[in-house]
Design a protein around this ligand. Structure first.
Ligand code: ARG
Length: 400
């Protein structure tokens, strides 16, 4: 499919403009706090440090913002990951591959930057944690935004029968993409296009096939499992969180790691409003589904977890499991402690959604500090990702 041209403006203001509540001018104090923290972990001479602090102060006074050096940007992005209290996979925070695309301007080039991100982090299945940083929000409030919550997600549609086809979490987002002119191939695993907002409006960019890697699901023992036609995409790349470094807001900075199987096999394919696959798996397994007390759901889900692990392993695609990742997380905590840092963690996100009590992360408490640099999901970004953010036609009838 060709690229649909932008025809709409997001939000209630015509074209670019500051979002209510967002401070576009880089905060001076946050900038200096960041630099002090940066130099504490990346020491230079005292003179070099003072010179950089003075230059940044001066730049903010004259332009309302400042430009991070490549090293500051890379370190800031890595520490934003290190500070992500909800992420169990932070042991390798310092190896995040940082792609600096701060000078890319058009929506077309931003989309291409995202596709190239997916291709380069794939590495033949040995997925490399990667972030691509696009231009920061400007003092005039103009900002680049990727509306999708992840670079790869599947469309969801309501069939005439009322049944949901695809990912029920994206019903509204899919309708929005279709209103903007997108027509997908249909089916249960129809990859959504990117919706990209720049000063020029909102535009639609279908993801090329060579940027989408997926793993069809099979089970190590149940031959019939493949007939369910289930699959999942290999790379989870979050694209609607703002990267905040020293008062600068990178509103478009998609990042990815690799999956832990529970995300796919205990949530995406299981949640009732998403793929809701347990009833079909339970039936095929011949389980007694007459009452929850038979634990048919638990048994079906466990086999789905085995299928995901087995299929990714067979395909040679990076994927972690909750036992390994829990152990690594405790290694990470110990390392952070040795480095004299506190490691913020949110128990309710860290503990895996299956077999929680079997993992060591379950049996302890954590610090909950909200540190910077950080990845931040604000309400407007969440609404964009859900397709509930207002969109109106450019110059057209607002009631249409
Ligand atoms: N839970 C999200 C999903 O299922 C992905 C979140 C990030 N996960 C990761 N392993 N980096 O798509």
């Amino acid at each position: 499919m060709h690229h649909a041209r932008s025809t709409v403006w997001p939000g209630d203001t015509a074209g670019p403009g500051a979002e209510a509540g967002s401070a576009a001018v880089a905060d001076h104090r946050q900038a200096l706090d960041f630099l002090r923290q940066y130099f504490r972990e990346n020491p230079v001479t005292r003179a070099g440090e003072l010179r950089r602090m003075r230059d940044v102060s001066c730049e903010i006074e004259h332009t309302g913002t400042y430009r991070h050096t490549g090293a500051e940007l890379a370190w800031g992005a890595r520490v934003a990951w290190r500070n992500s209290a909800r992420c169990i996979g932070r042991l390798y925070w310092n190896n995040l591959n940082v792609r600096d695309l701060r000078d890319v301007k058009t929506a077309e080039d931003i989309a291409e930057g995202c596709f190239e991100h997916l291709r380069s982090s794939w590495r033949g299945g040995r997925i490399r944690p990667t972030i691509t940083v696009f231009p920061a929000e400007q003092p005039d409030g103009s900002a680049v935004r990727i509306w999708n919550d992840q670079l790869i997600r599947y469309a969801g549609r309501q069939a005439d029968t009322g049944a949901t086809v695809g990912d029920g979490q994206y019903l509204r987002f899919t309708r929005l993409a279709e209103r903007l002119g997108w027509r997908g191939a249909g089916g249960r695993f129809d990859v959504l296009p990117l919706l990209i907002e720049t000063a020029a409006g909102l535009s639609v960019h279908p993801v090329p096939d060579d940027a989408v890697r997926e793993v069809p699901l099979e089970h190590p023992e149940f031959g019939w499992f493949g007939e369910l036609g289930l699959r999942w995409h290999a790379i989870p790349a979050i694209s609607n969180m703002r990267l905040e470094i020293g008062g600068v807001h990178y509103t478009a900075a998609p990042f990815n790691g690799w999956y832990m199987q529970t995300e796919i096999a205990a949530r995406n394919l299981v949640d009732a409003h998403r793929y809701d696959t347990l009833p079909r798996i339970g039936e095929r397994m011949g389980l007694d589904m007459s009452s929850e007390r038979t634990l048919w759901r638990d048994r079906a889900m466990l086999e789905l977890n085995r299928a995901v692990l087995h299929s990714f392993d067979a395909a040679g695609v990076s994927l972690s499991d909750h036992h390994t990742e829990s152990r690594r997380f405790l290694d990470h905590l110990a390392r952070e402690e040795r480095a004299g840092r506190s490691c913020p963690a949110d128990w309710s996100w860290i503990v895996p959604p299956v077999s929680g009590g079997l993992t060591p992360v379950y049996h302890r408490y954590y610090d909950e500090a909200d540190l910077r640099p950080a990845f931040v999901l604000d309400d407007p970004a969440r609404e964009r990702g859900q397709g509930t953010f207002p969109v109106r036609s450019a110059g057209g009838c607002p009631f249409s």
